[in-house]
Design a protein around this ligand. Structure first.
Ligand code: CA
Ligand code: CA
Length: 295
């Protein structure tokens, strides 16, 4: 197994970055990831009021996948997510969906014990580990790891979790794959702008699908096909994710556009990745469609 250590981080998906490791399709890789503040928030007096000393939302990598060329698809199987023993949630005064009510900066350290997040001595809840940032290098301009896009990036979808396969477009030779921004849990919407931000070790298997291109990431779980969309306006992100699902269902079920549209409306769910900064930052959407095997 390849191990990519936590010091090998980047703050953008960039075709010009030197890969930290070369791997072959079929290889297993463990990525050590930093939390979204690169390990600088260690206790509740560390507030989010300071500019980040190094950058926001690092991704570990990039990894060069031998044989990957533009027009291929990279399939990433999430095999394990091992969390650190504590993470943090937080409020930045004046920001997030309730920014108008949030007057103060607050950092809350959350201890993780087994499958439980300890908000405090009284209030506990189950963890739902997921990966916020996962992607490949875009064809042209570099995209900061804070942003989502057709290359993946900061999508913040709960379904990027153990057992899922994430399909990513390959835009450049070697794909230049990376991931980071693990959350111990994050509610759909990520409304204060943070999930439980936490360092982690993520084990993935990489497969290459040659000669098959996709527009943007989609996700497969044991029970669902999931397409993604992002745009500055929430409604536009919904349209993109729905267009992607209409195409996917036509291929998977060998049906017409009209049949796909009907099925999506009947049993597909439009869900929000993040919509925490509506005027300044793209919203991310996914459409979750329960798998159907035509009989
Ligand atoms: Ca994120
Ligand atoms: Ca995050």
């Amino acid at each position: 197994m390849h191990i990519i250590t936590r010091d090998r981080i980047v703050y953008s998906f960039n075709r010009d970055y030197r890969p930290v490791q070369q791997v072959d399709p079929g290889d297993k890789i463990r990525f050590e990831t930093y939390d979204a503040r690169t390990g600088t928030i260690l206790n509740e007096s560390d507030l989010l009021d300071q500019p980040h000393p190094r950058g926001l939302n690092p991704a570990t990598g990039p990894v060069f996948v031998r044989g990957a060329e533009p027009g291929d698809t990279l399939c990433v199987e999430i095999q394990a997510i091992q969390l650190a023993s504590q993470g943090f949630i937080g409020i930045k005064a004046g920001t997030g969906n309730l920014g108008h009510l949030a007057e103060h900066y607050v950092t809350k350290i959350v201890r993780i014990e087994g499958d439980t997040a300890h908000f405090d001595d009284r209030i506990r809840f189950p963890i739902r580990p997921m990966i916020g940032v996962i992607g490949t290098a875009p064809a042209d301009e570099a995209v900061p790891t804070l942003y989502p896009g057709p290359h993946g990036g900061n999508m913040d979808h709960q379904d990027v979790k153990v057992g899922s396969r994430v399909y990513l477009p390959v835009f450049v030779e070697g794909a230049l794959f990376g991931l980071g921004d693990v959350h111990a849990a994050m509610g759909d919407g990520e409304i204060s702008m943070l999930g439980i931000e936490i360092s982690a070790e993520v084990t993935v298997g990489l497969e290459l699908i040659k000669g098959k291109s996709i527009n943007r990431p989609w996700i497969e779980t044991a029970n669902a096909w999931i397409t993604t969309g992002d745009a500055p306006k929430l409604v536009d992100a919904i349209t993109i994710a729905c267009e992607e699902m209409a195409s996917l269902l036509q291929r998977k079920l060998e049906i017409s556009f009209e049949e796909a549209y009907l099925l999506m409306s009947a049993t597909g769910d439009v869900r929000i990745g993040q919509v925490c900064n509506p005027n300044n930052f793209p919203a991310t959407i996914r459409v979750v469609f329960p798998k159907i095997n035509p009989t």
